[in-house]
Design a protein around this ligand. Structure first.
Ligand SMILES: [Zn+2]
Ligand SMILES: [Zn+2]
Length: 281
């Protein structure tokens, strides 16, 4: 089976190499499609997103690669766009600016109403996760998790991303300390979010392998249990590694495909240009 990857980061944001290095590696690996999805600019000091003044250069660079390699691989232009209510720009603005092929929506920073400081739930630092949950939610796991899934739900409802990034990322630094994914209220929150996706949107949920190969999570985002519900609700899925280095382009893909098939999925979604296309498993 030929692979694809729609979620990658390069040196325009927090990825490690120039975009062309990813194209060359993807061709070596026999990929049919490679999507670029650098973190979209955010209006505050940070070390992870494309700088506003380099956004056009990013668009032009990926478009030039699309042309240069068009006979070897299907290259797509996207952004992983943060949703922070009242702070980030609406997704359609980025789609228009870059004529993007698709969008990936992700929540990495949680906003609590009336509090200026944001809670950063991603990255390698467990201490920053702990600091945020203490400061914004006084260590109340449930309140922090509710804020996360509410923000994800609001992103889906208002921004309509094509792909929802790492659905249950909130579990990553928790390590069973502030909440348990086995608790009823947690399962209800996940189920409510998934039911909304199924009923009101045509969003794709990605299976993201990054937590596993970075050894920051014990399983995929989302976990196989949640993916069972995704399947039950007939929500389409795709498979990404969220690569920040060319060598990460296919990490855990064989294992993930086996797991996805075991759950019962028979196809993955990818894009040909802006068109959703199914790949049989
Ligand atoms: Zn992300
Ligand atoms: Zn990402």
């Amino acid at each position: 089976m030929k692979y694809f990857n729609l979620h990658t980061h390069n040196h325009f944001c927090d990825g490690k190499e120039a975009p062309e290095a990813y194209v060359k590696r993807a061709i070596e690996l026999g990929f049919h499609t490679l999507g670029f999805s650098s973190h979209a600019p955010v209006p505050f000091e940070n070390k992870f997103a494309i700088r506003e003044e380099r956004l056009d250069e990013y668009f032009q660079t990926i478009r030039a690669l699309k042309l240069k390699y068009k006979d070897q691989i299907n290259i797509l232009l996207s952004l992983e766009i943060d949703y922070i209510p009242g702070i980030t720009r609406d997704f359609p603005e980025f789609v228009r600016a870059g004529d993007l092929d698709y969008t990936i929506g992700g929540v990495h920073l949680i906003k609590k109403i009336g509090v200026e400081e944001l809670w950063f739930i991603d990255g390698p630092w467990q201490e920053r996760f702990d600091e945020g949950i203490q400061k914004l939610f006084r260590g109340h796991g449930r309140h922090g998790v509710e804020a996360y899934y509410n923000q994800v739900l609001e992103m889906i409802a208002t921004q309509k991303p094509d792909i929802i990034a790492h659905f249950d990322k909130i579990k990553m630094h928790n390590k069973n300390r502030y909440f348990s994914e086995e608790e009823g209220w947690y399962k209800d929150l996940v189920w409510k979010t998934l039911k909304y996706i199924a009923a009101e949107t045509n969003c794709i949920v990605e299976v993201n392998t990054r937590g596993l190969y970075k050894k920051r999570a014990e399983t995929y985002f989302p976990s196989p249990e949640i993916l069972g519900q995704v399947h039950h609700l007939k929500i389409p899925v795709t498979l990404n590694s969220d690569a920040h280095h060319p060598d990460e382009l296919d990490k855990y893909f064989p294992e993930a495909i086996e797991m996805i098939q075991d759950i019962g999925f028979r196809e993955l979604v990818y894009f040909e240009g802006k068109t959703r296309t199914l790949q049989k498993l």
